[in-house]
Design a protein around this ligand. Structure first.
Ligand code: C5P
Length: 310
């Protein structure tokens, strides 16, 4: 495609995620932990608008503390744009505008959604025409959660969480999210897990135990049954997140007392995700929480992955 035929700007929306199941193996010598996880994309989105420019730049808007979001190469969306440019041998730049809604460092893959959206937006802006497979490959090089933000829906993730297989999910699941003002560092949560397991930062010599997503999780998703899914919610990072932020456990119990089926720490936290029976029940939980001074968000999943808006 010639440059003249490409648009002047492209607007892409990518979802945040909840890990409805997160099994974590022992740390490997590359520093990563093997995972068996099930992601669900939820209706809390990052919007990325890419505009033609000679250089690379980022602006961020939304309800975020500007100090927590870097605007240079530490920003995953910036790295995504530059990685695509290098892979496509594209010599121009891009001005990225990120409109954030997913909590920063909240365990919901907000930065990964930015990166996935930037890949899709720049691909269209520059007329790169990369296949989904190629974009997935680049996404996996940026971070473990980036491929899922491209993919969306519901999917089983293995490896670092970047090897995806779609999972069937019927209907809609309603979640109430309690966010935190202060994020949690993902590496810090994984390190605390290592400490809790007695690995104490040393590398695990033994081969990792085999990790599998329990079939009950997949059955509940396939049946669209929130009660059954609630029974199977699990997150191996939860104790580590509670250890670093003891108030999270109270927050989770508070949500369950408000009428949620069950609560879980989302990814590495600190966002608490409360699964509710249906939309009405979620509204009720949100109202009860509000009465006790706790703000929350009502989202649902699954929703599609990064896509261009008309
Ligand atoms: O891939 P990503 O940049 O999102 O990962 C951030 C950090 O989280 C890694 O550097 C690593 O410390 C930890 N991590 C891990 N095992 C995974 C995914 C992430 O230990 N499967």
């Amino acid at each position: 495609m010639s440059v003249a035929a490409t648009p002047a700007s492209v607007h892409v929306r990518a979802p945040g995620k909840i890990n409805v199941y997160l099994g974590v193996g022992d740390r490997q010598d590359d520093g990563y932990h093997p995972l068996a996880t099930v992601f669900q994309a939820v209706s809390l989105y990052e919007d990325v608008i890419a505009r033609r420019a000679a250089d690379f730049s980022i602006t961020v808007t939304g309800d975020v503390d500007p100090d927590t979001v870097p605007l240079d190469d530490r920003n995953l969306a910036m790295r995504a744009a530059k990685l695509l440019a290098a892979a496509a041998d594209y010599h121009g730049g891009v001005a990225l505008e990120i409109r954030k809604s997913v909590p920063v460092a909240g365990g919901m893959g907000g930065g990964s959604a930015d990166a996935a959206a930037a890949l899709v937006a720049c691909d269209a802006l520059w007329g790169t025409g990369f296949s989904q497979v190629r974009l997935h490959e680049l996404a996996a090089r940026l971070g473990a959660d980036v491929p899922f933000a491209l993919h969306g829906g519901t999917a089983v993730g293995t490896g670092r969480g970047d090897q995806l297989n779609p999972a069937l999910a019927r209907g809609r699941f309603d979640w109430i999210l309690i966010t935190s003002d202060e994020g949690l560092s993902t590496p810090a949560v994984y390190s605390r897990l290592d400490e809790i397991r007695g690995i104490d930062g040393a590398l695990a010599d033994d081969p990792p135990p085999s990790l599998d997503v329990p079939v009950a999780v997949l059955h509940a998703l396939r049946a669209g049954n929130a009660e059954d899914l609630a029974e199977t919610l699990a997150n191996d990072l939860e104790d580590a997140a509670f250890d670093l932020r003891p108030e999270l456990e109270q927050r989770l119990l508070h949500g369950v007392r408000a009428g949620a089926l069950r609560g879980i720490v989302s990814g590495s936290g600190p966002t608490i995700a409360l699964l509710c029976a249906d939309p009405e029940s979620a509204q009720h939980v949100q109202a009860v929480l509000r009465e006790t001074g706790v703000d929350s968000l009502h989202v649902h999943g699954p929703v599609p992955g990064a896509r261009i808006l008309a």
